[in-house]
Design a protein around this ligand. Structure first.
Ligand code: ACO
Length: 367
């Protein structure tokens, strides 16, 4: 049975920074409160021309570069996002098109902030089963578009960004070692975005009622998160046949520093073993774990051979954890420049659209 190795990684965040002081000019809040209660100092906010697909594509090209893999070699693209560009088509298909990933099946996976764990597990299982060889998993968000900037209990928390991993099959042991996935839909009300779906399709009334904004019972989510982070981590470690002292790094969903601190206390581990960058990005939902991982790898914290656990929670309610051995790129011949496929992707997309347009004209004439 092949192993699923994480062989490429990349991240992309908008340039625009929104500090706590900036927020204090919009709502009744202040830097000291936000830092003390959440650990967040600033977050990135997408500009008008930035979307989950554009941020996701930037992160993906970087991940493909590290893995030395062509977009045309990808068999599968899973995009996990809590702020999809449309209900359909899937954001994954927009990314597939812009990458020029001609061979890949692409779909979105929605499990809110736990999405990256679930998507990594699905991609790894597809590789382990032998049905595919190479997958791209993207977590990408512009949650700033669903925030009520008058609501100080939510607008301080979220930020925009994207992270992407390439997974490849290898006979060498390592890569994804285990994963646990959990859900409890009875808690769906505590964190939701009710408007724009088929229960509350967008109308003047839904907009007036603010149903298109994130709605959250912060205390309830906080209690839930502090309950599940440590237990899910321990479950993934047990499922991998490891013990906690063999785990070098825990990479938690970056939602609130106090939640991470509670997980550390629950596991009786020092905070130094946790990868934390919430201060600079806030909660980027599905992108928070890969962004934290990419920064830790680039800083030289996470190194080949390290065993680690990624753990997350989110709306649904959902929660889960994934244990992995970090290996890095698989040595391969030649030096691929995935960036060159950017133009190929655009040209291919243009040609496909033109063909579809001409076919439409011919078909109309035949009728
Ligand atoms: N600035 C200043 N004061 C504030 C702010 C603010 N931004 N927000 C709330 N307060 C006030 C409240 O009104 C309250 O005042 P009161 O005592 O006079 O009534 C006081 O501060 C305390 O409020 P709490 O709600 O008790 O604050 P708490 O310490 O619980 O922090 C927070 C709130 C940060 C939202 C916390 O509950 C939390 O992080 N919850 C988890 C949220 C989360 O992780 N969500 C994402 C899940 S992932 C996903 O799927 C998207």
């Amino acid at each position: 049975m092949p192993y699923a190795h994480i062989t490429g990684w990349g991240m992309a965040v908008p340039e625009a920074v929104l500090t706590n002081d900036d927020l204090s000019k919009i709502v009744d809040t202040n830097d000291a409160w936000i830092r003390e209660r959440t650990g967040i100092r600033e977050r990135r906010v997408a500009r008008e021309n930035e979307f989950p697909s554009t941020l996701g594509v930037e992160a993906s090209f970087k991940a493909l570069q590290v893995a030395n893999v062509r977009p045309t070699d990808l068999d599968l693209i899973i995009c996990t996002t809590s702020s999809p560009e449309y209900i359909f088509p899937a954001t994954a298909c927009l990314i597939q098109d812009q990458l020029g990933a001609t061979k890949a099946g692409a779909f979105d996976l929605l499990a809110a902030c736990t999405g990256f764990i679930f998507a990594m597990n699905m991609a790894a299982q597809a590789i382990r089963s032998g049905s595919i060889k190479t997958a791209l998993v993207v977590g990408s968000e512009t949650l700033s578009r669903f925030i009520d900037w008058k609501d100080r209990t939510t607008c301080i928390l979220f930020g925009d960004g994207a992270g992407a991993f390439v997974l490849q099959a290898s006979d060498k042991p390592g890569g994804v070692l285990s994963a646990v996935m959990h859900s409890d839909g009875s808690g769906g009300d505590s964190l939701s975005l009710p408007g724009g779906g088929s229960r509350f399709p967008a109308t003047e009334a839904t907009v007036h009622e603010g149903k298109h904004y994130i709605q959250m019972d912060g205390k309830e989510v906080f209690r839930f998160a502090t309950r599940v982070m440590a237990s899910a981590t321990q479950e993934a470690v047990d499922a991998a046949g490891l013990t906690l002292d063999q785990i070098r790094w825990i990479v938690p969903h970056q939602a609130n520093i106090r939640i991470i601190d509670a997980a550390a206390r629950g596991l009786k581990l020092p905070m130094e073993r946790f990868v934390v960058n919430i201060d600079r990005y806030g909660n980027t939902s599905t992108a928070s774990i890969p962004i934290a991982m990419v920064e830790a790898v680039e800083k030289g914290q996470i190194q080949a051979g390290d065993k680690l656990v990624m753990v997350g929670f989110g709306a649904g309610l959902t929660w889960g954890a994934l244990a992995a051995e970090w290996t890095g790129p698989i040595p391969s011949k030649g030096h691929i420049r995935p960036e060159q496929y950017r133009l190929f992707g655009r040209l291919r997309s243009l040609v496909r659209r033109t063909i579809r347009f001409i076919e439409g004209l011919l078909y109309r004439r035949e009728l």
